[in-house]
Structure formats: structure tokens, C-alpha cells
Design a binder for this molecule. Structure first.
Ligand code: GDP
Length: 340
């Protein structure tokens, strides 16, 4: 990882500043923007591992979502056309263990970034845009399925409450005159999904069983129903939202939902293991104090307004992740699996 390289502004036509660049979405978004000629600046914490494919057009800067003055300084120096706020606590599960940190990094940090974008716009006299990675978690246990952009915001998790605060902060700055939009992202998976998320726990566990390295897997709530999409599709949505004619909020989802149990059953089937669900144990350790029963988003608005649709269906997501993880576990053995 290189940090603080020389200014790379002249290499692309538009400049992005990304928080959370080292995560799944940050890495895909970086590749996506660089391939369309953007210059990308990202903020990283010391020790973060970063995937990025075109280092010449990517500049990494040390910083932290807890450090508002540093974020303001970076935005002032980088002078981005668009700030993408993808940073925050990595998961809902972790937010139950560290709710205060979740409130700061997933919630309050957005205000520091919005204010810095606003000040840059005021100083420079040119438009500075802001795209917030909002989340389906803001809706909590919604009584309406599928959820739309007008579903009431009623989070039931610390992560959701922090995302809801950031979501409202975006509205506040939009009414002040900043081009600020929220992408309300539903679960989105990929070959880079960390092993702490349920889909990757399942595909790595199934791969280990298929290769004879494990007998069983342990999971939490098998009945949770989620709208599982493909992360590379979702960064394309972020780009469309950033370059839209108007700032607005958009649900980014497939419109289809499946239970965790269904994901597991299909993953076993993809690995050629019959009756795989009999190899799953439920462990209260992986259950949450509270969560939504079903999350399913209605993507009609982003489809009609920005021409976005999900390209990768549920079965293909399961299949790609299982095939990838069988190869990974074949190569690295049990070291590829999460320690829990
Ligand atoms: P999240 O929606 O961002 O929390 O993504 P996750 O992939 O962590 O969780 C998705 C759903 O899977 C939630 O409803 C979890 O309660 C459920 N789930 C069931 N078993 C597990 C498990 O072993 N690990 C995780 N992380 N989630 C699980």
C-alpha cells in the first residue's frame, strides 16, 4: 500500500474521494471508476489491506472516520468532484458489540464529510457531489414488503440507527443546496465478501465440507430473509447516482428475497452435497438481539430514473461463491476459514 503519493488529478477527468476504499464496495468502486477514467483518492486507516488494480490513478491517504478535522483537510486538499461515503463499521453484528463506535463512524462521520464537501463547494464555486452508502437497515422490521424510498425509517439495530442518522444528514445538506444522494443498499455479496458475513461463512463452510476438511457448519438465524445482490452491480448503481441529473435517494436491490436457509441449501447443492441442511447446526452466538424478518427492496425508481437493474441472480451468486471457495480452500486448507 502506498500512501500520500503526489497529486494525480490530471490523470482522469473526474476526481472521487472514497471513504471505506479498503472494503468490498470500495475496491469494486475504485476499479469501476478507474476503468471509466476517474482519478480516485481514498482514505485508509493504518494497517488496512487495500485491493486496487490501477495504482497509477489511485491515491491513498491515511485518515480515520473518528477524525473529523483530518477528513476536512483531505477533502480540502483533494478537491474531489464527488465524495463517496462507504466507510463505517463493517457489519450489523459488530455494531451490537460496539454501538458507540458504530454511532460515530457509521453515523456522525457523515456530517464531517458533508460539511467538508459543502465548504469546498462554497470556496471553489463549483459543484461538489456527495453519495452516501445508506442501508436497508434504516427500515428495521418494516411492515411493508418490498420497501420503497418512502418506507418509514425505523431502525432496530445500532448499525441501522447510525445509518439512519447519516441518511437524514444527507437530506439536511441536500436542502441546504449540496448535491447529496443516498443509495439505500440491500445486502450485496461477492467473491470479496468478508467471512464474517453469512453468505461467505456458508460458502467457505460448504467448500470445507465438500473437500472433507469439516463435517458440519454453525449458523445463526436461518429464517432471516434478505434481498441478496451482487456487489459489482451495486457500485455501478453508486456511479449512476453520483452522475445523475438530480440528487435523490434510491433503493438499490434486486427485488427478490431468500432465506438464509435457502442460501445454505443452494450452496450445498452447488457443491454436489445432497441433504446439506442436515449438516447445519444453529448456534445462538450468531444470533442478533433484534433484527428484521424480511428485507426486500423495490428497485423500480432507480430502474426507471437511472436505467439500473441487477445483472446477477441469486442462483448465480451462490454458484460463483461456492466454486470460488472450493478452489480457495483446496489451495489454502482450513486457513481460508473464519476462526470462530
Ligand atoms: P447484515 O445484513 O449486514 O447483517 O449481513 P450478514 O451477512 O452478517 O447477515 C445477514 C443475515 O444472516 C442476518 O439476518 C443474520 O442474522 C443472518 N445470519 C444467520 N446466520 C448467520 C451467521 O452465522 N453469521 C452472520 N453474519 N449472519 C447470520
Amino acid at each position: 500500500m502506498t500512501t500520500e503519493p503526489a497529486r494525480v488529478r490530471n490523470q482522469g477527468t473526474r476526481t472521487a474521494f472514497i471513504t471505506g476504499i479498503s472494503g468490498q464496495d470500495g475496491s469494486y468502486l475504485t476499479e469501476h471508476l478507474v476503468s471509466s477514467d476517474w482519478t480516485v483518492h481514498g482514505m485508509v486507516r493504518a494497517g488496512d489491506d487495500v485491493h486496487h488494480e490501477s495504482p497509477a490513478a489511485v491515491a491513498l491517504h491515511s485518515g480515520d472516520l473518528m477524525d473529523a478535522p483530518r477528513m476536512a483537510q483531505l477533502i480540502e486538499e483533494v478537491e474531489p468532484d464527488v465524495v463517496f461515503n462507504l466507510g463505517g463499521m463493517s457489519s450489523v453484528a459488530k455494531s451490537w458489540q460496539q454501538p458507540y463506535e458504530a454511532a460515530i463512524v457509521t453515523g456522525a462521520a457523515s456530517v464531517a464529510l458533508l460539511e467538508a464537501a459543502w465548504r469546498l463547494q462554497e470556496r471553489s464555486g463549483r459543484q461538489v457531489r456527495f453519495v452516501q452508502a445508506s442501508s436497508a437497515e434504516i427500515f428495521g422490521n418494516a411492515s411493508v414488503v418490498p420497501q420503497t424510498e418512502s418506507t418509514p425509517i425505523r431502525p432496530v439495530t445500532p448499525y441501522g440507527a447510525a445509518k439512519a442518522f447519516a441518511h437524514h444528514a444527507v437530506e439536511t445538506y441536500r436542502s441546504r443546496g449540496l448535491f447529496a444522494s443516498s443509495a439505500i443498499l440491500y445486502n450485496h455479496e461477492s467473491l470479496r465478501r468478508p467471512a464474517s458475513f453469512v453468505t461467505r461463512r456458508i460458502t467457505l463452510g460448504v467448500a470445507a465440507i465438500a473437500l472433507g476438511l469439516k463435517d458440519r457448519i454453525r449458523l445463526g438465524n436461518l429464517d432471516a430473509v434478505r434481498d441478496f445482490g451482487w456487489a459489482p452491480d451495486y457500485v455501478d448503481a453508486l456511479d449512476r447516482i453520483a452522475t445523475a441529473e438530480q440528487a435523490d435517494d434510491f433503493i438499490v436491490a434486486t427485488g427478490e428475497s431468500h432465506s438464509v436457509k435457502d442460501f445454505a441449501a443452494r450452496a450445498f447443492a452447488a457443491a454436489g452435497i445432497p441433504d446439506g441442511l442436515s449438516l447445519v447446526d444453529t448456534d445462538p452466538k450468531f444470533q442478533r438481539p433484534a433484527e428484521a424478518l424480511e428485507m426486500r427492496g423495490d428497485p423500480s425508481k432507480i430502474s426507471a430514473t437511472l436505467g439500473w437493474t441487477a445483472t446477477t441472480n441469486f442462483q448465480s451468486i451462490v454458484q460463483m461463491m461456492v466454486e470460488h471457495d472450493i478452489n480457495l480452500v483446496r489451495e489454502h486448507g482450513l486457513a481460508a476459514l473464519p476462526q470462530d
